[in-house]
Write a protein that binds this ligand. Structure first.
Ligand code: NAP
Length: 292
């Protein structure tokens, strides 16, 4: 079993540490507020007074602090960098692809192997068979310690040697989640304004879900294949979407609801119309998203 140095014993850190202990790994844990590291001693962890002491004792060092600013402040201390030399550093603090790449470069420059992870779960799912944690960076180190990573999340995966890929995928998947959550907020505001029971709405949403999922799948395939102009298989044109979206914005204005949802997304449809895409597929909006 592997000896691990762990920096961070917050909600997520504590769940990760407990799962590593359950998998029979030895864990030396440091936390800014020492009581939280002490509390993990009851589960078999060894609390350490400083991050360098946690790192010195270990073969692998895992970090899970609030953000990269907090993480950098610890990792870049000369004593910590020295203790990490020749070891594997696994960064499980959430960040952007840019911060992941900067930390990966810093680690390489200091003789430290690096994996940047993105946790696609809440603390209560850590250790689950279906839980996903994405890793990018050193493939050789991911392969070597795959059993350890699978103990933290059964569906964990290596996604590429570019340090930023795990974090980029995290943002992409969160975009999908927020699309749904913001859509729910807008839908319930309409229901409330129009005296429609939430349960009534939820019932029809269940019935509509197959159509929504089908349209989403069709959109992905069309963007992937570059089939964004209107054709016989187009489910609804930009003109049809714009018309329905206009009704939504009218209702929101009439009922005095917050227009943020319509304002944020309506501009994309208007841009497509201004550029003559009224008869084209919804997929044509990808042209205005700024990607390559
Ligand atoms: P949390 O419970 O607030 O824990 C934050 C941790 O960061 C604590 O150990 C805290 O130490 C430490 N910390 C904060 N500021 C610090 C500083 N300036 N210097 C040193 N240590 C500092 O947050 P969490 O939910 O565990 O989240 C931790 C990371 O996991 C974040 O990057 C988060 O985005 C990521 N994550 C969380 C979830 C989730 O569902 N919770 C899901 C996916 C990813 P103290 O105990 O001393 O305050």
């Amino acid at each position: 079993m592997t000896t691990i140095g762990f920096l961070g014993a917050g909600r997520m850190g504590a769940a990760l540490v407990k799962t590593l202990l359950e998998a029979d790994h030895g864990v030396h844990v440091w936390n800014r507020t020492a009581e939280k590291a002490q509390a993990l001693a009851g589960f078999g962890a060894i609390p350490e007074p400083t991050p360098e002491r946690a790192a010195e004792a270990a073969e692998i060092v895992i970090v899970n602090l609030l953000d990269y600013e907090a993480s950098d402040a610890q990792l870049r201390k000369p004593a910590v960098a020295e203790a990490l030399k020749g070891k594997l550093l696994v960064q499980l603090t959430s960040g952007s692809p840019k911060t992941a790449r900067e930390t990966g470069k810093w680690a390489e420059d200091h003789g430290i192997a690096y994996l940047d992870g993105a946790i696609m779960a809440t603390p209560n799912f850590i250790g689950g068979a279906e839980t996903v944690i994405l890793y990018s960076g050193s493939k050789a180190h991911f392969n070597k310690h795959e059993a350890l990573f699978k103990a933290l999340g059964g569906k964990s995966a290596f996604v590429g040697e570019d340090f930023g890929t795990a974090s980029a995928l995290d943002s992409a998947l969160l975009s999908q989640m927020w699309g749904t959550l913001f859509g729910t907020l807008q839908a319930l505001a309409i229901c409330r304004a129009e005296d429609i029971e939430f349960d009534t709405y939820a019932g029809f949403l269940t019935a509509a879900q197959a159509i929504i999922d089908g349209a989403s799948q069709d959109l992905m395939e069309r963007i992937r294949d570059g089939r964004d102009l209107g054709d016989a298989e187009t489910l609804a044109t930009i003109a049809a979407h714009s018309s329905a979206f206009h009704h939504l914005r009218d209702l929101v204005a009439e009922r005095g609801l917050n227009p943020a949802f319509g304002d944020a997304l309506g501009g994309l449809l208007e841009t497509a119309l201004r550029n003559g895409h009224q008869d084209d597929d919804f997929a044509v909006l990808a042209r205005f998203m700024g990607a390559k």
